[in-house]
Design a protein. Structure first.
Length: 590
């Protein structure tokens, strides 16, 4: 008897394999898909079969004598998966198992991939015993697909643990594609050093890193701001006679742009041209984005003209970047000019284009222009998304058009996308801003009753809104109820409550909450300390403030703009305050 157990980060087995003779085929009961759920109306291209045809063909195939080869079944599943009919493919696969029709490693890998594409990697693991049942060995594709599935569901620890187990127990020899999958998964989630460590591990093994691997590492380092390390990797590539490509250079260009090192960008462009690597639309767009973020939008436009002269046509993303650049500078009319130029050139704006420009209008309080553009979206055959609705709502609240905001939200409920946390947060903030406490609480109670989008950030908005509207008791009641409903307060929650207490002059209670915060392992930050100091200054408790400041000495505390403003006003009225606060007195003498 042999047993291989794959466990996740919590030590829970993904799946266990025992002696093949003892195996019964298992499927994941939580994700059973029947033929009844197959969407028969889904049509593919003119020359492709629709789902109905694929299912019909399958039923014909299983009744043929002799049966078609496993290759034909594989091709059918490949077509269905390409058509994104994952649940239907899995349903037909289960019928194959019941009928005892021979299967292959390709079919099994396809079923694992289907589950993963449906974001059901837990069910994907339930396919593994079928390999042993049918005497089919696992291969590198099997485990690479599972690792990719784990990363796609943000189960980073489980993905890494599975990879380590494969290597440590010699279950499967990783190839360059498996390494790339793990490294890509790590880098996209900010684990740059782990990505680099994996490259070094790979270099010591039998699988040589290729350009794709090096590109992942260089891109991760550049996004992390570690451009020097990225250049070192680039030089290592060259020494190994691995020629960098356009993707490699685009990542480094992006890194230099983010650091504002424009001379180095120019040098890099010259190096690319000397190597016969010509910048593509992505490289130029990266440069344009960097210039726009630095406020150099006119320079960005010049680069776009230059790329056109070089025969590289800007795409929607390029135009979006420049539109956003002008919006960031508050030049929304010029942004609209670029938007119109894009349309005149036959480049269709996407929903991001509309969202950027709508946001620009709302920031300038030109809500009518934003609404007009919103109406154009549907006329142009596109569809507003949740970001579009949220941006318009914020704009309406910004100019105080509460009634319009309510109507717009009602329109969203009837015809738009399902509201998410950000939409509900915007509504709550808007209601509290204009003193509509009862309406805010009514919405909050509905959400809480449905357990819909009620994470700690939503509670923070409500607690803050209640405190600012003088409803400290209600805020305190919600705060004290958090542990009972299994929601943990964070540093912002405590800071908001402490600020509410300070605003009402309850400094003793504020200090008690500060201690409670530390006891709960939620340590105060600079904002928390400033809130307490502001409370002392507001109540003219200068001696108490000096004692408090001595207590928190060495914790990296520094005055923010609001605290400094309070302090200046106090010193103007009573210059002797400087003598009470030794730290300030010494700093003043310097």
């Amino acid at each position: 008897m042999r047993r291989i157990s794959l466990r996740n980060g919590n030590g829970i087995p993904f799946v266990s394999f025992f002696d093949e003779s003892a195996i019964t085929v298992r499927t994941c009961s939580s994700c059973h898909y029947s033929n009844k759920s197959i969407p028969v109306k889904d049509k593919i291209g003119v020359n492709s079969s629709n789902l109905d045809d694929a299912v019909t063909l399958f039923h014909i195939m299983v009744t043929m004598k002799p049966l078609p080869s496993v290759v034909h079944f594989s091709k059918l599943f490949k077509t269905m998966i390409k058509m994104k009919h994952y649940s239907a493919a899995l349903s037909l696969f289960r019928q194959m198992l019941k009928l005892g029709i021979p299967i292959s490693d390709f079919i099994l890998n396809s079923m694992i991939n289907s589950y993963c594409l449906m974001h059901r990697v837990d069910c994907a693991f339930s396919v593994l015993p079928i390999y042993l049942k049918n005497g089919i060995p696992f291969d590198v594709v099997t485990f690479t697909t599972l690792i990719r599935g784990l990363f796609s569901e943000n189960k980073v620890k489980d993905g890494v643990e599975l990879f380590k187990k494969l290597v440590r127990e010699d279950i499967c020899e990783p190839n360059d594609f498996m390494y790339a999958t793990v490294m890509n998964g790590l880098s996209k989630r900010g684990h740059t050093q782990k990505t680099l460590s994996l490259l070094r591990l790979m270099e010591q093994g039998n699988t040589e890193p290729n350009i794709y691997i090096y590109n992942i590492v260089i891109d991760a380092l550049c996004k992390d701001g570690n451009i020097d390390a990225a250049i070192n990797i680039l030089n290592e590539m060259k020494q190994k006679d691995i020629h960098p490509g356009i993707v490699t250079y685009s990542s480094i260009v992006d890194g230099f742009c983010k650091l504002g090192q424009w001379e180095k960008v120019k040098t890099l462009f010259c190096e690319m041209v000397n190597l016969n690597i010509y910048p593509d639309v992505c490289t130029f767009t990266t440069l344009i984005d960097g210039l726009c973020k630095e406020g150099k939008v006119k320079d960005a436009e010049e680069i776009m003209k230059h790329m056109v002269e070089k025969g590289v046509e800007p795409n929607t993303i390029t135009y979006n970047v420049i539109i956003d650049g002008y919006c960031l500078r508050g030049q929304v009319d010029r942004a609209r000019r670029i938007f119109d130029i894009m349309i005149d050139k036959g480049i269709e704006p996407n929903i991001i284009s509309y969202n950027i420009l709508i946001n620009g209008y709302c920031k300038k309080k030109k809500v009518d222009d934003a609404m007009q553009l919103f109406c154009e979206i549907s006329q142009k055959g596109s569809k507003p998304d949740v970001v579009t609705y949220n941006t318009i709502l914020q704009g309406l609240f910004k100019v105080g058009r509460i009634g319009h905001a309510k109507n717009f939200f009602a329109e969203m409920l009837s015809a738009g996308p399902i509201p998410n946390f950000y939409i509900h947060g915007t509504l709550l903030n808007g209601y509290f801003k204009y003193g509509l406490v009862e309406e805010a609480l009514s919405l909050f109670n509905k959400l809480e009753g449905k357990r819909e989008n009620t994470n700690i950030e939503l509670y923070n908005i409500v607690i803050n809104g209640l405190c600012k509207n003088g409803k400290l008791d209600k805020a305190r009641a919600i705060f004290e109820n958090l542990p009972l409903i299994g929601v943990l307060p964070n540093v912002r929650t405590f800071t908001t409550m402490i600020n509410g207490l300070c605003l009402e002059g309850f400094l003793v209670e504020a200090n008690d909450m500060l201690r409670k915060m530390e006891e709960n392992g939620c340590f105060p930050n600079n904002v928390t300390y400033n809130v307490v100091v502001q409370g002392y200054l507001r109540c003219n408790k200068i001696c108490e403030m000096a004692t408090f400041m001595k207590e928190i000495a060495g914790k990296g505390f520094s005055f923010d703009a609001t605290t400094t403003g309070f302090l200046i006003n106090v010193i103007r009225e009573s210059p002797s305050v400087l003598d009470i606060i030794p730290e300030l007195h010494l700093r003043n003498k310097k």
